[in-house]
Design a protein around this ligand. Structure first.
Ligand code: GLY
Ligand code: MN
Ligand code: MN
Length: 441
């Protein structure tokens, strides 16, 4: 948990970006029923967490940079000793003011009656429309109410501004405390991947590896996986978002694990692919080496001034070249890139922003062009090759092989820091870890 000053500094920066004519409304997402009367665990909306560190549901933050008083207003659940016995402690109105920096705090149920006044007579309303129908309706009603009050000196904001414009630009460039959280998340995640490599063997189940990974996250103080852990053995590795994790691992399978620990609300995102029996077969080795050399060169390209598009185009070229030499494709390199036939085996992008969300916020283009990387941005680099078990016209020995290698990379002033460097990916290293475990068995 960061120092409250960290959140105050973020709010200040955001209010400065909004300007004195704007107002921002940031709302937690609704709690979701899992089944019956059981709920999914609540996880604070990343925008709201970023600005407050407040983790309770039914919370609304209103930032009013132009106001003389009550610039930081929070609507929260009030203290309720009876309910707190069942559902846990609440910060309440006092806590919101004393510990979370609100100038004023009101009970959540008063949002409807106070919202119109709090956003009135501003020019731009920064609000994330389309995430929560109930809140969208509250905003719409507040605007409608203000339209009728013009003669009384109250008018609605003139424009609705998406948080991408200001807030997400701030979230895109990570400050030192955010990089520290990402480093910690990456370190725990690396340990979890190694634990899975040591445990996994022919005959064990994908869900056993999921269990040791998620256990490692929680044991180390993480909140759990930042996204659902993927453990795909054999041809399951060719299904990009395979989360069933229920199959037995067979001798000769490669195991693809894509898992990231969330720590202090920041998530890592690592993929490793390794041989369950401790030895890559010759065809597996050819595919792995192709993806690894591509990935390492792509990581080296990640520095200020480069663009994610350039890095991706490099991976496309390198992998397509490899597909031609593996016999997955035929013809000329430029031809196969232009007709997109490489997408049969490499169908996803190479990178995304990483931070509070696994696919973190931040615009990917600026002025219609791919935006240059800057120090403080954190990205993944994750090329892969996936050859479906039923792929036609490919060498039979390559069918059912899926390989992805994914690291998390922070852009620095003169290059980058691979946050996930501790997670082994060299072929010999992986074999040694997996073989060590086989000998111990
Ligand atoms: N784990 C999701 C991704 O790699 O994008
Ligand atoms: Mn990723
Ligand atoms: Mn991933």
């Amino acid at each position: 948990m960061f120092d409250p000053a960290v959140f105050a500094a973020r709010r200040d920066a955001y209010m400065q970006a909004i300007g004195t004519s704007g107002v921002a409304v940031v709302r937690s997402l609704p709690e979701r029923v899992r089944n019956g009367d059981a709920f999914h665990p609540f996880r604070q909306h990343s925008d709201l967490f970023y600005l407050t560190g407040f983790v309770e549901p039914d919370t609304t933050l209103i930032l009013r940079p132009g106001a003389e008083t009550e610039r930081v207003v929070m609507f929260v659940r009030p203290r309720d000793p009876e309910l707190e016995v069942w559902d846990g402690r609440r910060a309440g109105l006092e806590g919101a003011k004393e510990r979370y920096g609100a100038d004023a705090a009101y009970p959540a149920v008063e949002l409807n009656s106070k919202l119109a006044e709090l956003i009135s007579n501003t020019e731009e309303l920064h609000y994330s429309l389309g995430l929560d129908d109930e809140m969208d309706l509250k905003i719409a009603h507040a605007i409608a109410r203000l339209r009728k009050m013009e003669r009384k000196g109250r008018r609605p904001p003139r424009a609705l501004v998406d948080p991408r414009a200001a807030l997400h630009e701030l979230r895109l460039r990570k400050r030192p405390e955010e990089l520290a959280a990402l480093r910690k998340a990456s370190q725990i995640t690396s340990e979890a991947h190694v634990a899975a490599m040591k445990l996994g063997r022919p005959g064990s189940f994908e869900h056993e590896l999921e269990a040791v990974i998620n256990y490692t996250f929680r044991k180390a103080g993480g909140s759990g996986p930042g996204y659902t852990t993927i453990v795909g053995a054999g041809e399951n590795a060719t299904v990009l978002h395979y989360i069933d994790n229920r199959c037995a691992i067979a001798d000769g399978d490669l195991v693809l694990v894509d898992a990231g620990c969330e720590y202090d609300h920041y998530t890592a995102d690592i993929t490793r692919t390794w041989p369950a029996n401790g030895s890559f077969s010759a065809p597996q080795k050819r595919v792995y080496e192709l993806v690894l050399s591509t990935q390492k060169s792509a990581v080296a390209m990640a520095k200020p001034g480069a663009t994610l598009d350039e890095i991706h185009q490099f991976c496309v070229r390198s992998l397509t070249e490899g597909m031609l030499s593996l016999g997955l494709l035929s013809g000329g390199l430029d031809e196969r890139i232009t007709d997109l036939s490489y997408k049969k085996f490499f169908m996803h992008g190479t990178s995304h922003w990483l931070g509070l969300d696994v696919h973190d916020v931040g615009a990917y283009t600026k002025d219609g062009k791919a935006r240059p990387l800057e120090p403080g941005m954190v990205i993944t680099v994750e090329p892969g090759l996936y050859i479906a078990a039923d792929a036609a016209d490919v060498p039979p020995e390559l069918r059912g092989i899926g390989v992805r290698i994914e690291d998390d990379v922070a852009i620095t002033a003169d290059g980058n820091e691979v946050l996930t460097a501790a997670c082994p990916k060299e072929l010999e290293e992986l074999e040694a870890i997996c073989r060590g475990r086989v000998r111990q068995a």
